[in-house]
Design a protein. Structure first.
Length: 554
């Protein structure tokens, strides 16, 4: 009985860790526009917050894979998943604490200090990468394996709740509950009324919580390390391809960072290098699969076209999910014209301040929570009649939670009520998808295309809701892409999963690409990047089924 109680305590602690992953990631949507204002940086530079955070995920997963492949044994398995979580928590705690000296004494407009912020976020993200690699199998080990999926869905739901309240909490800490106009916010920053010390103390508190969670795991002596008998299948050619790709990306971004040492950096040069980094990722994966078809030895899971297509899909999905909200703040606060003395943003609404944007970022991430809660219904195998009702009630219950959290936080929520119509569209999409991953992904991908196109060509609240609904249509993509990509991989399933996790790299490449496009062609037009991403995801859903079917025939 004592052991079972300890397992439940560990699950509670683990779920809390999932919460903070979501909390920190989503709060970047508020932190990014604030950094742009405070440090006086351009839109591309502000998106380097995502570059540092999600780039750390890729780097951590890559190092673990290369180390395991070189040594012929699973490094995480050798540590034990419990220890892996502890190491990741400690690393994230270090990154959070480093934030304090990193920005100490930073004055408004001191853009050089911003790069120290990126270093601290990279360390936090690196710890997250290790935690996530260990946390999923560890959750499976905490009790009956048959109920492991239920525990993961619980953790995923809590993670989504963290993404919903993260922007709200950070906005309250930074700005208070009273919305402030752009000029008011700039005046408060200039006068010192709003300081970075609030961010310092926030990250100190988060670092303390990570440290506490690590101590709880360490002191739970009866918990399993959850080691497995996993066999490493070496793939030296895949390792070489990924290493070359990483080195080329490092060169690209070194040249980009170097540009900002110039008094007037070249926007076109930076944009071309960012586009080149995208070409490097896509080209490396396609080249690897082409070579693996000719001679499979040494390429491991990269011999499977569905995996390569899936790696590009995960890259694209994470990229579009992050870039819509990361650039949304600039879209809503940018003044494109003035009509009758009212400053309007590019979609025809009154230009907003950083504080007014927070509940909208919360609703965007809440859209992912709505979809994920609904997507988890099928796991519990309800009857058809009950499932029908749950597909209606669960999304609106989640929608109500989002509105309530924003309301009690002092934010104005009446302008979000009509977003219920977008939720209804998502519910209809679930019914049309019929619990089939490829069909559901195709429908949600096409709806994502439609939503962004409406955002580009419509005005006012309709355009705003269209962009916000991107969260609704991204919500089910990860599990759908993952399931389709590893289908038929057999003994290479574990390795394929590792490759897919690396492609979180999309969150580090696509937002800066849109950011620099915004600097060159305008923030509104830059959202064509999101259209292209959703188009590829719909294409992947259409193509991957045919690839898997042909593989079976051959």
């Amino acid at each position: 009985m004592a052991e079972q109680k300890n397992y439940k305590q560990a699950l509670s602690t683990l779920v809390t860790v999932f919460f903070f992953w979501g909390f920190i990631a989503a709060s970047n949507g508020v932190f990014i526009p604030f950094c742009k204002t405070y440090f006086a940086i351009d839109q591309f530079q502000s998106q380097l917050v995502d570059f540092a955070f999600y780039g750390a995920y890729y780097f951590g997963a890559l190092v673990l894979f290369i180390s395991s492949n070189t040594n012929g044994k699973d490094i995480m398995n050798a540590w034990g998943y419990k220890n892996g979580i502890i190491y990741g928590l400690l690393l994230s705690a270090i990154g959070a604490v480093v934030m304090f000296p990193a920005i100490a004494g930073a004055a408004p407009g001191d853009s050089n200090v911003f790069y120290y912020v990126l270093v601290a976020l990279f360390v936090v993200g690196l710890g997250f990468s290790i935690q996530q690699t260990a946390a999923n199998p560890f959750a499976i080990a905490l009790g009956n394996p048959e109920k492991g999926a239920h525990r993961l869905n619980l953790a995923g739901g809590i993670n989504s709740f963290g993404t919903t309240i993260g922007p709200i909490v950070v906005a309250l800490i930074l700005f208070g509950s009273t919305p402030k106009s752009g000029p008011e916010l700039e005046a408060l920053i200039t006068s010192g009324a709003i300081q970075l010390s609030t961010i310092q103390y926030l990250y100190l508190a988060v670092g303390g919580l990570f440290l506490l969670a690590a101590v709880l795991f360490y002191c739970s002596k009866t918990l399993p390390q959850a080691k497995t008998d996993a066999t490493i299948i070496k793939a030296p050619k895949a390792v070489a391809a990924l290493t070359v790709m990483t080195l080329l990306l490092i060169v690209c971004f070194y040249l980009i960072f170097n540009q900002y040492k110039n008094e007037i950096p070249s926007d076109r040069f930076i944009l071309n290098l960012t586009l080149l980094s995208l070409v490097i990722v896509v080209g490396t994966l396609l080249f690897a699969n082409t070579m693996a078809k000719k001679k499979t030895a040494g390429w491991g899971a990269m011999r499977y076209p569905q995996l390569i297509l899936g790696m590009l899909a995960i890259f694209t999905y994470v990229g579009v999910e992050v870039t819509i909200q990361s650039n949304l703040g600039e879209l809503l606060k940018f003044v494109s014209k003035t009509v009758n003395g009212v400053k309007l943003n590019p979609i025809g609404l009154k230009a907003m301040s950083d504080t007014e944007i927070a509940p909208l970022i919360s609703m965007y991430w809440g859209g992912l929570m709505i979809g994920r809660w609904a997507g988890a219904i099928a796991v519990f195998n309800p009857s058809n009649k009950l499932k029908t009702w749950l597909y209606i009630l669960v999304p609106y219950s989640a929608f109500g939670v989002i509105l309530f959290v924003n309301y009690i936080s002092g934010f104005y929520v009446k302008n979000l009520f009509l977003f219920a119509l977008c939720v209804a569209l998502q519910i209809a999409a679930f019914f049309m998808g019929k619990d089939k991953p490829a069909l559901t992904l195709k429908i949600f991908g096409l709806l994502g295309v439609l939503a962004v196109l409406i955002g580009l060509f419509a005005n006012g609240t309709l355009a705003l809701y269209a962009f916000l609904s991107g969260g609704l249509f991204c919500s089910i993509m990860w599990p759908s892409i993952f399931a389709l990509s590893i289908k038929g991989l057999g003994k290479y399933t574990s390795q394929g999963s590792a490759f897919l996790i690396m492609m979180i790299l999309g969150g580090a490449i696509i937002p800066p690409l849109q950011g620099k496009l915004a600097d060159v062609i305008g923030i509104h037009n830059s959202y064509w990047v999101a259209v292209a991403c959703f188009l590829y995801l719909a294409f992947f859903a259409q193509r991957v089924e045919r690839v898997i079917k042909n593989a079976r025939v051959s």
